[in-house]
Design a protein around this ligand. Sequence first.
Ligand code: AHG
Ligand code: MN
Ligand code: MN
Ligand code: MN
Length: 360
Amino acid sequence: VLDEVCETTGVTLKRYMNEVAILNPEMTELVTLFGAIDTACKAISNLVKRSQLPSSETLGYQGEINVQGEDQKKLDVITNDLLKRALRFTGRIGVLASEEEDVPVDLVNTEKEAVYTETDKYVCVFDPLDGSSNVDAGIPTGTIIGIYEHDENCSIDEECVGVDCSAAELKCLTNTLQPGTNLVAAAYCLYSSSTFLVLTLGAGTYGFTLDENLGEFVLSHPDMKIPETSSIISFNEANTHMWDEPLQEVVGKWKTGKGKSGKSFSSRYIGSMVGDVHRTLLYGGVFGYPGDTKNPNGKLRLLYEGAPMSFIMEQAGGASTTGTQRVMEITPEFVHQRVPIIMGSKNDIEEVIEAYKAAG
Ligand code: AHG
Ligand code: MN
Ligand code: MN
Ligand code: MN
């Protein structure tokens, strides 16, 4: 009977995570975390889809500038609160960091409504609504989540809550400054023609599609592998004249069929990292937000955009570089640090790295 049930309902995210936990007992807590992520992403998908209706008041601007200096959308705030709450009530997160929070939020040592915290084992970082400038036009947006383990040799003195901490304790409290290589799991949810949840636990990249009739994410893209070479570039080409020379050179060659693969590239860019990276994973391509003379570190944030998306990309056989460094190896100095990112089909990324090396 079970097989018949699975045949009709498919392998749901819940079943997938249960099987992972049975095979990897040390990952048992992740079942609870992904249960919260599953529910939160369905709720955000609902909010985004219904935001266009006359009755909804969730489009437009919040009227605040966030720590990034961006004009916050109402949905940036709503989705941030939703995700924070969903993660807090798992009782398994010690600290979380978000694009929409000035500083990391300590979920354990907090006077706010006492929350039963089973363990502060996990640290969660997230971009609650990626590509939010697109949301009023109904263009795809996403959510990006990274999960780290708390650095055990971080000792936080009980009365240390935020302000009266030593530098070391504060670093511990904001135990979010870890390199992507420390990630235990990463996931994104794409709100598009379908709602896709793509994740990695370090053993491949797996894609699930929300079956609205079931209300469950169902495994639809097992063990995703990005094509090794491609013919799609995905950049904001209004900045081309300000890019690093080596990147201008390689992209120029690709456009005229003079790159290593000899292919002539086309361009696809929607201005939502999650949407652009999802297409890149499935069709192949090179997505990037490189450094330029105006913003030497580019625009994308390392902690909750660059590292988790690079983990997902690498686990699908792709690569992710700043041009000179593997993005996952960079340890953030501060929470909202930006990083140049060029990621996608392995052979094409290799070509970019070689161009940077040749430029010395
Ligand atoms: P966010 O909406 O979370 O602030 O992220 C927007 C990012 C990313 O999604 C996208 O790739 C990039 O901004 C687009 O930037 P431009 O509009 O400058 O091309
Ligand atoms: Mn933003
Ligand atoms: Mn983003
Ligand atoms: Mn965002």
